[in-house]
Ligand binder design. Sequence first.
Ligand code: B12
Ligand code: SF4
Ligand code: SF4
Length: 335
Amino acid sequence: MNIKQEIILHAKEIGIDKIGFCRGDGELQQKELKDAKSFIVILESYNLYSDNNWTSKLYGKMSKAAIFEDYHKIVRRKLERLQHFITDRFKCNSNIYCDQSPFFDRSIALRAGLGAIGKNTFLINKEHGTSTFIGYVLTDLKLDHYNTEIHDDYCEGCEKCAQACPSKAITVGKEFNANRCLSYLTQAKIVPNDLKEMMKNHLYGCDICQLACPYNKPSNKNNEHAPIIDEFFDLKAIMSLNNTQFKSSIGKTAAGWRGKKMLQRNAIIALGNNKSNESVHLLNEFYQDIRVDIRTEIVHSLGRIGSAEAKQVLKERYKLEKNEEVRYLITKYLL
Ligand code: B12
Ligand code: SF4
Ligand code: SF4
């Protein structure tokens, strides 16, 4: 058995979905690891589908990639096991990476023959579709064979992801516009006012272009990671979360890294997009918040709703608001 075959066999034993190999001896790789030679790349699949039924009108959505244990931890655990194996067996040095790295994960997985890049910018693996996470070991171990990059066009005239994308982040023939992607906006420090409407009720991430892709099917044999949180969240519940509740639930998922306030900001945007009297009522209730940035977002949401009820709430809040900037913002919406 050659080195590669031994590694593949071990990867199977520790439950790695897919494994590929490519050269890792470039300048950047050398900077990261002395005498770096190879990348050992893995895919961890996850399930995009659920049979959740949600009846509440005022709910927000979490990406399916963020309802279980933070994938960085899951992938790193598997990479660590792989790293132990190659260190013991081949006496080599290595580093492990997932997401936070100086490299582009999709390009490395592409080079390692794990799939092709789709119009939605995802790495598409024929067996697992797009719903995979990518991780890799960079090592000074030289391998006998490397995989071949896939050059096939897996999309072949399909444009379903571009048609489904609500923000036109994917437009056929143009570069991906990450600044418009809802996944980016739900994590962005500042969301431009004119893009808030598009965010609809997304609290963290977005799965729409993946759900549109024919390579993803409920019948794919993807990993079912045990959910820690629901895919759907009552917006009122998000606004009422305390720090302990947050840490023991969303805080443990990939949606937790930006903190509680970011999700509450997105819940306020979702209430502003809902435009019902019920959301006006909730926004008024949450206005008691001591955090100025939260009150500012509530003013934006009420202003965007713009109904007689929303304006009435703004007028009443104006009388009590002490912060000059928030008062000024209210007057702008009441003009
Ligand atoms: C910044 C970032 C984002 C940004 C921007 C994403 C983007 N598409 O550029 C935002 C916040 C929007 C984002 C969102 C998401 N992300 Co993200 N993100 C990253 C991160 C940290 C860097 C990516 C980056 O800057 N890419 C710049 C582009 C230019 O380079 P690239 O990623 O290598 O891919 C391009 C090149 O390979 C090039 N290319 C090379 N060869 C070829 C050949 C052909 C034929 C073609 C057409 C293109 C091509 O095209 C690729 C696509 O643009 C990576 C981790 C990492 N370190 O790489 C994760 C990563 C890309 N994200 C990931 C995930 C899971 C997500 C989300 C699904 C999370 C969610 N549920 O909301 C969404 C999906 C949104 C989307 N449609 O991409 C996974 C993707 C896994 C996969 N199977 O593809 C990664 C790889 C993290 C990981 N390690 O698993 N993400
Ligand atoms: S994640 Fe959502 S917003 Fe981003 S490209 Fe895909 S469909 Fe468009
Ligand atoms: S939806 Fe169609 S065009 Fe988009 S990535 Fe999937 S196969 Fe390619």
